[in-house]
Design a protein around this ligand. Structure first.
Ligand SMILES: Cc1cc2nc3c(=O)[nH]c(=O)nc-3n(C[C@H](O)[C@H](O)[C@H](O)COP(=O)(O)OP(=O)(O)OC[C@H]3O[C@@H](n4cnc5c(N)ncnc54)[C@H](O)[C@@H]3O)c2cc1C
Length: 245
């Protein structure tokens, strides 16, 4: 690991200010960042630990939305009675991430900023139509994921919370890597007054929606309705080479 300066500010403003004048990175639970730094795949002159800003950890539920603070741990989302009542699929997704240690330390903000192609929360952001709140703006979930480990976040921009509209019903299912439990492929499907959304993670460089499945499920919200949908392999993580029979 390369040497770095460590700061633990007590407010969002102080944390954003601490990014100035250095190659700085926010530190959430360190579940991805610290591993990458240990392997020297990543480096930073300054780490800004967000763990001393309680407001970033809040989870709240209104009549229409579940809002999860960026520093809420996966275990907190999984065990929140409010989240379980409003969007059970979101709590179940959080409860299926990694093992107990990962869930005790990993955060929703870190998971989304990291944009691992196999991470679960990106499927929820797209499948539920969430909005990412940052220290400077709101970003529609549909505009957030840009590519492999790439997001719409600008340098120094901090995710402060994620707001999920409450659907009529939703479910998340993943085919998981047996050791890490990352999604080899994971799908969040939701139905609400706005329509049907399907968010997929694991199958491309970043999470994506599937309009063909959304259309089929809007016509008939049944598994059978999806059977006839054929998806083009273009852009998928793995393609059968054309020379193969
Ligand atoms: C063994 C193992 C198994 C795992 N299994 C799964 C799984 O099954 N499913 C799954 O979805 N994930 C899985 N993960 C990922 C894990 O859930 C974490 O969410 C992920 O590693 C991010 O960790 P973190 O929240 O500690 O963020 P960090 O590692 O601290 O940060 C990650 C990146 O996000 C940036 N960042 C952090 N917070 C913010 C913020 N608020 N605003 C802007 N940028 C920010 C950091 O600067 C860094 O670049 C696994 C991880 C491990 C180690």
């Amino acid at each position: 690991m390369y040497a770095f300066d460590y700061q633990r500010p007590a407010s969002v403003d102080a944390a954003v200010g601490a990014t100035q004048g250095a190659d700085a990175r926010y530190l959430a639970g360190g579940q991805s960042l610290v591993q990458a730094m240990k392997l020297r795949l990543s480096s930073a002159e300054r780490l800004i630990d967000l763990g001393a800003i309680p407001a970033l950890r809040a989870i709240s539920v209104s009549a229409t939305h579940v809002t999860v603070g960026a520093m809420a741990r996966h275990a907190e989302v999984a065990s929140s009675a409010d989240v379980r009542r409003a969007i059970p699929a979101l709590a179940e997704l959080a409860g299926g991430i990694g093992d107990q240690m990962v869930r005790n330390l990993g955060t929703i903000g870190g998971a989304l900023a990291n944009a691992d192609p196999a991470a679960c929360y990106p499927a929820a952001v797209l499948g539920l139509g969430a909005t990412i709140r940052t220290n400077k703006r709101e970003i529609a979930g549909d505009d957030f994921f840009k590519g492999l480990y790439e997001t719409a976040l600008e340098p120094g921009e901090m995710i402060t919370a994620v707001s999920f509209p409450i659907p009529q019903r939703a479910a998340y299912v993943k085919f998981k890597q047996p050791a890490s439990r990352f999604a080899l492929v994971g799908v969040m499907v939701s139905q609400s007054a706005q329509g049907v959304r399907v968010g997929v993670t694991g199958a491309r460089a970043c999470a994506f929606r599937v309009p063909e499945l959304e259309k089929a499920l809007a016509a008939s919200f049944t598994g059978a309705a999806t059977a006839a949908v054929k998806l083009a392999p273009a852009g998928m993580a793995w393609q059968r080479p054309s020379s193969w029979l």
